[in-house]
Ligand binder design. Structure first.
Ligand code: NAP
Ligand code: MG
Length: 404
């Protein structure tokens, strides 16, 4: 069979530990035999990030802006222990944070659903995608303890010196205070990312905040979403035959999400998204079956698995044992990126290949072949528990059958 030809390269961001090993397997077994794979390679492995003073991370993000589509392997975010382990020059920032800041993007997370691994919520029939606004609010707040009989105020000083003072609290006893912010620019980017991704994936979009209580702060989010939707997206949604954008209060949204069938995007403020994404991931099953894509407001895409580098499995692998690492979310990062590249460059064979590879993953698990952590969740009878490499080879066998 002739290999599928690509036009524009994918930005390939390699990573660390067990996922770096899985990355190689995926390329060797599932991609290179079928595709004349064109990538622009960036090694985001911690060693190379250190050697380049993290410049490679920035370069990979700029390349994503240039080409439009990237696929990323999980990477170590260094902490003190990693600084020692890798003898690092400094504690480099989270690569995902750096890339997100450069692309000004929003992260969308969605579970890969398979028969036999039913969500804990019985009504959920389709995946729920969560979009988290990854800027501001309590994540970049200032806070302080306040002694008894102190006064806490918000002071806004304008360019011309005009001052507005608001009293937060005249404390009788000891207390605490926090000052947080967001910007119209960031909220607008977030809204555009959400509406673009909804159009892209043809899913309804919900946004929820607490505007009844927070009449200026959360209300600003609500207004910006509404203004941008009406001005830039309402017509596009109508033309695509999609449901109108839906706003509701966050507590109402939680109730509706639980009663829903799924199949929509839930846009959340930063803290809500942090909490709710972990709730959804657990309720749908397994972190190893969660995909993630960073979408920028001007339409660049970076695909990855939601899980990390699976450190414990890597140490096992180094000792010569074969760990039970599930490669499916990393495979879906590749298929997401290849399909997007295929759509942009009008290469239907590439889209078809991506779809078939995803189908092969799902059918393999639904046939009962799976890694240990999935087997604990799956209700399928006659399971065959395999290690990480075997799972990948079973997926390959099915892919060959589907392509034949
Ligand atoms: P993790 O790598 O996601 O692993 C946590 C545990 O979840 C694993 O020990 C494993 O459990 C299970 N697991 C996750 N992915 C799996 C898979 N594909 N197959 C089977 N089991 C899987 O998270 P972590 O241990 O908190 O972080 C490890 C490193 O990854 C850290 O250095 C962190 O900075 C980095 N990280 C990177 C990203 C990213 O690049 N996007 C995201 C998160 C974390 P068992 O050991 O019980 O099998
Ligand atoms: Mg969290």
């Amino acid at each position: 069979m002739a290999k599928i030809q690509m036009k524009t390269p994918l930005v390939e961001m390699d990573g660390d530990e067990m996922t770096r090993i899985v990355w190689q397997w995926i390329k060797e077994e599932l991609l290179l035999p079928y595709i004349d794979l064109k990538t622009e390679y960036y090694d985001l492995g911690l060693k190379h990030r250190d050697e380049t003073n993290d410049q490679v991370t920035k370069d990979s993000a700029y390349a994503t802006k240039k080409y439009g589509v990237a696929v990323k392997c999980a990477t170590i975010t260094p902490n003190a222990q990693r600084v020692e382990e890798y003898n690092l020059k400094q504690m480099w920032k989270s690569p995902n944070g750096t890339i997100r800041a450069i692309l000004d993007g929003t992260v969308f997370r969605a579970p890969i659903t398979v028969k036999g691994i039913e969500p804990y919520v019985k009504t959920w029939k389709k995946p729920i995608t969560i979009a988290r606004h990854a800027y501001g609010d309590i994540y970049s707040a200032v806070e302080s303890r306040c002694p008894a009989e102190s006064k806490a105020e918000v002071v806004i000083t304008e360019k011309d010196g005009k001052e507005t003072r608001l009293t937060i609290k005249d404390f009788d006893g000891d207390g605490i205070v926090m000052g947080m912010h967001n910007t119209d620019a960031s909220i607008s980017s977030f809204a555009r990312c959400c509406f673009n991704y909804a159009l892209d994936t043809k899913q309804p979009i919900w946004f929820a905040a607490k505007d009844t209580i927070s009449k200026k702060y959360d209300h600003r989010f609500k207004d910006i979403f509404r203004e941008i939707y009406d001005a830039e997206y309402a017509d596009k949604f109508k033309a695509a035959g999609m449901e109108d954008y839906f706003y509701t209060l966050i507590d109402d949204a939680v109730a509706r999400v639980i009663r829903s069938e799924g199949g929509f995007i839930w846009a959340c403020k930063n803290y809500d998204g942090d909490v709710m994404s972990d709730m959804l991931a657990t309720a749908f099953g397994d972190l190893a079956m969660m995909t993630s894509v960073l979408v920028s407001p001007d339409g660049n895409y970076e695909y990855e698995a939601a899980h990390g580098t699976v450190t414990a499995h890597y140490y096992k692998y180094l000792k010569g044992e074969m760990p039970s690492t599930n490669s499916v979310a990393t495979i879906f990062a590749w298929t997401g990126a290849l399909r997007k590249r295929g759509e942009l460059d009008e290469i239907p064979e590439l889209c078809n290949f991506a779809n078939k590879l995803e189908q092969a993953c799902i059918e393999t698990i639904e046939s009962g072949v799976m890694t240990r952590s999935l087997s604990i969740l799956s209700s399928i009878e006659n399971k065959r528990i395999v290690d990480g490499k075997e799972l990948l080879l079973c997926i390959k066998e099915r892919l060959d059958a589907l392509l034949a």
